[in-house]
Structures are given as structure tokens and as C-alpha cells.
Ligand binder design. Structure first.
Ligand SMILES: Cc1cc2nc3c(=O)[nH]c(=O)nc-3n(C[C@H](O)[C@H](O)[C@H](O)COP(=O)(O)OP(=O)(O)OC[C@H]3O[C@@H](n4cnc5c(N)ncnc54)[C@H](O)[C@@H]3O)c2cc1C
Length: 417
């Protein structure tokens, strides 16, 4: 086989872009094939839904800032982020425009932290059990704590491994990116060429190297970096010849992406008397109904709700119109019914139905945390996997994807050296 390129990279999310930058720095011939008409994957800053306002439809927080190279990349590029957010910015809207006092807020935080520490401790002891087996289901805040787990793992507590969670390294704070994390990822990689709007449909690795079928023709390469999301691989969006190894398919199914979505509202002006605030509307304690609300991000006239897990799946199935009706009701509960007239525009994400993501982010199933290790083993010694799912300490994040791309590039370079 004569190769068109040394290495082909499939997917231009944070993982594929990092791999591309490493190959470019090494002076190798490579191509980056991206299905969508933009780069960044699940890091995508939308500047069109609310003109003039940067809204991150996917990743927004520089997690684990102590280990996250995008903090430095942001500094280099002059991209703004906020490193002063802390839990004191948290509010519980308890209905009728009331906000919970310090005592109630402390109770809720203690309950949440207690649950998360129990999950973490179980994992640290090597117990690969479900979050739900470590959480206190009898407490008055349980429903709200479950919703927070949705945001952490994108799955139900019953489907989330404590061992996977305990391996996750989270140090140095979480910084929201004012100019957009998607913008940061795209600008950091602006020097590499990406072939856009070119979905890969098949990969033939039966002979030497790889032959990659796209909607625009076939490309031959000596090696490939496969940087597409877990759920895309599981759904068979790319046909492999021969098929991917059975044990790899099991490992993918063990670390699936759940649901993580956002509904955002543009208002005529910011909510009065509040700074950049993270909150939830609750009907308790005990909480039997709750709705997440992020208020006035960076002083902007916006409300953003995050939802995931099975609850998120139900909301997505109900459709955008139904979600809007729920959101308006909850906003009225928090700020009074006058808020309805102040809505200028709304938008909802659709990662679950998008064929190039098909979900939020990966988390191992209970008892299956070891499966994540499988992604480090190359396929046929020439296909190297990258993506957030490949990172043991930083899975489900942009920086985890970035590190996985660098690791895959290093292995691919060693092969063709
Ligand atoms: C709502 C939401 C909020 C999040 N919040 C945060 C956060 O605050 N902080 C954080 O660090 N992380 C967050 N994440 C997770 C983070 O976005 C991901 O972990 C990270 O962006 C994944 O990068 P990746 O390169 O592994 O995958 P992706 O970004 O998904 O990139 C994969 C690329 O492959 C392409 N592709 C798919 N199929 C094909 C094909 N057949 N052919 C060619 N190309 C293909 C896709 O179009 C995509 O560009 C969030 C995710 C979501 C959904």
C-alpha cells in the first residue's frame, strides 16, 4: 500500500487537535478528518443564538485548573476566564421569590459533600460500586444530589462507578471561560489544517496501514488516530474491516457517554441584585422537584439550566417546547411571573441526538472501571485511540481529551519512526 499520509487523525475535538499539533511539531505528514463544518467537537462556543454573547453549548469550565494546560493557553491567547468563582456564589431558590438562608444552604452542601465523599471513599478503597450504593437515599436533599451526579457523570447514580470517580483528579478549582471554552480550544489549534465536513464512514485495516473511507473519497495512511466519541464508535457510525476487537467493544460499552445538555435563556436585562450565581430551584426540603439555574453568567442577561442522566433524557424526549415551558415555570417560581415577559430568545443543546457525539461524556459503569485501561492498547498496532474516554485521571474533560491526543500522537510517531 502506498500511503497518502503517515498518519490520519479522525475527529477534530480537543483530542484530535492536540494530536494534530504534536504531529505538525514533529514535521510528519498527516491529515485531520472532521465530520462537522467546525472544529472543537464538544467544546463549542455558540455566538449566533444570542448575538454578541458567547454561549458554550458544551464544555465551559477549566476543570482541575492545577493540571489543566488550557489555563496557560488561555493566558497566552488573552482569553478571559474567571478564577474567583466559589461555592459562596451558590443559591437555592425555594419558591415565591425566596432564597434559602445560609443555614439551609449549608445543610444542602453538607448533604451533597457527604454523598460525594462516600462515593470517593468507596472508590479509594478499591470498591467499584454504584454511586447509589454509597449515597444516602433517605435524606431530604437526595433528589438534588442525584441531579448534581447527573452533571458530574452524565449518568444516573445507579450507572456510575465509584472507582472511576475516585481516579478522577480534580485539583486547583474550576474556572468558567468568559470568552468561551470552545473558542479557546479552536484558537489554540488554529495553526493546523483540518479537513472539515468529511465524515469517516469506514476504516479498512485488513492489510498494511489503514484505508479510510469518507464521504469524499478514500485515504491511505500508515497509522490512524481515532479521536471520535465512545457512543459514535458503539453506534457503528464507522464500519471497521475487520470489525473492532470484541474486548474493545465491551470496554466501550462499559464506559458509555450519558446525557448532558443545557437550556439557555436570553433576558432583556440581568436578574437584579445578583452576581454570577449558580443555583437550583427547589420545592423543599424535602426536595421532590428541582430545576438547575445558572444566573447572570459574567453579568450577562442570561439563565442557563444544566440537566442530564435519565431526567435529561426525558426532557430531551419531551422536546424543546416542553423544556421551555418547564424552564419558564421554574424561572417564575424563582423570580416572579414578570420574568416571562423579559425573555428575548432561548436555545437548547442537542448532544444526544447529534450523530457525531450521541451523548454527554463517558463514565464507567459500576464494576467496570478497569475497562478504561483497554483504550490504551492500539488496534492492530496501527490504530491509536484518543478522546476524553481514554484519560484515567481526567476523563470527561477537555484537558483529558487533550492529553489523550498527545499520548496517541507519541505512540503513532514511535510506530512510523
Ligand atoms: C453539555 C456538556 C458540558 C460539558 N462541560 C464540560 C466542562 O465544563 N469542562 C470540561 O472540561 N469538559 C466538559 N464537557 C466534556 C468535554 O466537552 C469533552 O470531554 C471533550 O470536549 C471531548 O473531546 P474529544 O476530543 O474527546 O471528543 P469530541 O470533542 O466529541 O470530538 C470528537 C470529534 O470527532 C468528530 N467525529 C465524530 N464522528 C466522526 C466521523 N465519523 N468522522 C469524522 N469525525 C467524526 C466530531 O464531530 C468531533 O469533532 C462537557 C460536555 C458536554 C456535552
Amino acid at each position: 500500500m502506498s500511503a497518502d499520509y503517515d498518519i490520519a487523525i479522525v475527529g477534530a475535538g480537543a483530542a484530535g487537535l492536540a494530536a494534530g499539533m504534536a504531529l505538525q511539531a514533529a514535521g510528519k505528514s498527516f491529515i485531520v478528518l472532521e465530520a462537522r463544518n467546525r472544529i472543537g467537537g464538544r467544546a463549542w462556543t455558540d455566538t449566533e443564538s444570542f448575538p454578541g454573547i458567547a454561549f458554550d453549548r458544551g464544555a465551559h469550565w477549566l476543570h482541575a485548573a492545577a493540571h489543566n494546560p488550557f489555563v496557560q493557553f488561555a493566558d497566552n491567547l488573552g482569553i478571559r476566564y474567571n478564577n474567583r468563582i466559589d461555592w459562596s456564589h451558590r443559591v437555592l431558590f425555594t419558591g415565591g421569590e425566596k432564597r434559602a438562608g445560609e443555614d439551609l444552604l449549608r445543610q444542602q452542601m453538607n448533604s451533597l459533600m457527604g454523598d460525594l465523599e462516600s462515593c470517593s471513599e468507596a472508590g479509594e478503597q478499591g470498591r467499584d460500586i454504584a454511586f447509589s450504593d454509597a449515597m444516602d437515599a433517605s435524606g431530604p436533599w437526595h433528589l438534588l444530589n442525584r441531579r448534581v451526579v447527573h452533571q458530574i457523570t452524565s449518568h444516573e447514580p445507579e450507572d456510575s462507578s465509584t472507582l472511576d470517580y475516585a481516579r478522577y483528579v480534580d485539583e486547583g478549582g474550576d474556572y468558567p471561560v468568559e470568552d468561551g471554552y470552545g473558542t479557546l480550544v479552536a484558537r489554540h489549534a488554529s495553526a493546523i489544517h483540518v479537513t472539515l465536513s468529511t465524515p469517516v464512514t469506514q476504516v479498512d485495516w485488513s492489510g498494511r496501514g489503514v484505508r479510510i473511507g469518507t464521504t469524499k473519497g478514500t485515504i491511505a495512511a500508515k497509522a490512524m488516530i481515532l479521536a471520535v466519541p465512545v457512543n459514535v464508535l458503539m453506534a457503528g457510525g464507522i464500519r471497521f474491516t475487520p470489525a473492532l476487537p470484541a474486548d474493545l467493544m465491551v470496554a466501550l460499552a462499559d464506559c458509555p457517554m450519558g446525557v448532558s445538555e443545557k437550556f439557555a435563556v436570553l433576558l432583556d436585562r440581568p436578574i437584579e441584585g445578583m452576581v454570577h450565581t449558580y443555583g437550583d430551584v427547589v420545592d423543599g426540603p424535602p426536595v421532590t422537584r428541582t430545576f438547575n439555574l445558572h444566573v447572570n453568567p459574567f453579568g450577562r442577561p442570561m439563565l442557563i439550566s444544566h440537566f442530564g442522566g435519565a431526567y435529561g433524557r426525558d426532557l430531551i424526549a419531551a422536546g424543546e417546547r416542553a423544556v421551555k415551558a418547564i424552564a419558564l415555570e421554574e424561572m417564575a417560581e424563582a423570580f416572579g411571573s414578570g420574568i416571562r415577559k423579559r425573555v428575548i430568545a432561548t436555545t437548547m443543546t442537542g448532544w444526544l441526538s447529534d450523530p457525531f457525539s450521541l451523548g454527554g461524556y463517558s463514565h464507567a459503569r459500576p464494576g467496570r472501571a478497569a475497562s478504561r485501561l483497554r483504550f490504551a492498547t492500539p488496534i492492530g498496532e496501527r490504530i491509536f485511540m484518543a478522546g476524553e474516554h481514554c484519560s484515567l485521571p481526567f476523563f470527561s474533560t477537555v484537558h483529558g481529551a487533550h492529553f489523550s491526543g498527545l499520548a496517541a500522537a507519541e505512540k503513532a510517531l514511535a510506530l512510523i519512526a
